[in-house]
Design a protein around this ligand. Sequence first.
Ligand code: GLY
Length: 275
Amino acid sequence: MAAGAGAQVKTDPMPVLRALVRRPGPRLAEGIVTHASGGPVDVALAHRQWAEYVRTLQDAGWQTLEVEPADDQPDAVFVEDALVVYGDLAVLTRPGAPGRRGELPAVGEAAAEAGYRVARIEAPGTLDGGDVLKFGGTVWVGRSARTDDDGIRQLAALLEPMGARVVPVPVRSVLHLKSAVTALPDGTLVGHPPLVDHPFDALLPVPEPSGGQVVLLEHGTVLLAASAPRTAELLRSRGHRVVTVDISELEKLDGGVTCLSVRLRDEGAAAGARS
Ligand code: GLY
């Protein structure tokens, strides 16, 4: 039957875009600093910057779901480190920094409330979500100071039956894999070469360290930290729509735009394909 003659025209449903976020707590300035140059954190400014980050996601069409705050956990705002989502599965991590493991319970509850099956990385393995980069069925996992071989093995055992190809890569120069490398909407990987410890195929070099950290906001738009203006120009010159947000106070704690949210793309198993 011809469309328009009473037939139902079948269209693909728009993916529902949701993101878990977690507001910074009063002890934020006590967060762990490993690679960042640090400096005193202005906690009030950090709160405003976090609120602007959340607004930026919302303006781009994302529904933000707030994980219950963990005021005793200085690094809880970096919520991505606690959870890896692939398809309908949410994997509660086991952070390599023991002091961060108190962040997990409310994150697991939020993932379950959002409708995900919840699995977890078990001791003695360690895995930080910031070390997990997904695109197109490939899951690169950074073997870093926070993520060990057992954590990677456990993640692979959970994701490979779902069709993922898990690729361990070394991370030495930065805190997490996604501190150095992320993917553009077309799958091109971007990174600031001095920080990239693995010979990725066809990496697009970007001029600033934080330029290697992009969040895909959908419809070809990427989110970048304001600390990477030359990278923003480079990406615009290549046809990407770029929005930026100033997260200077969170960058002092080794944070980036990626680790401030867990993006939930409710589009079936393919949803796991992008970070
Ligand atoms: N400050 C973030 C982390 O070290 O995990």
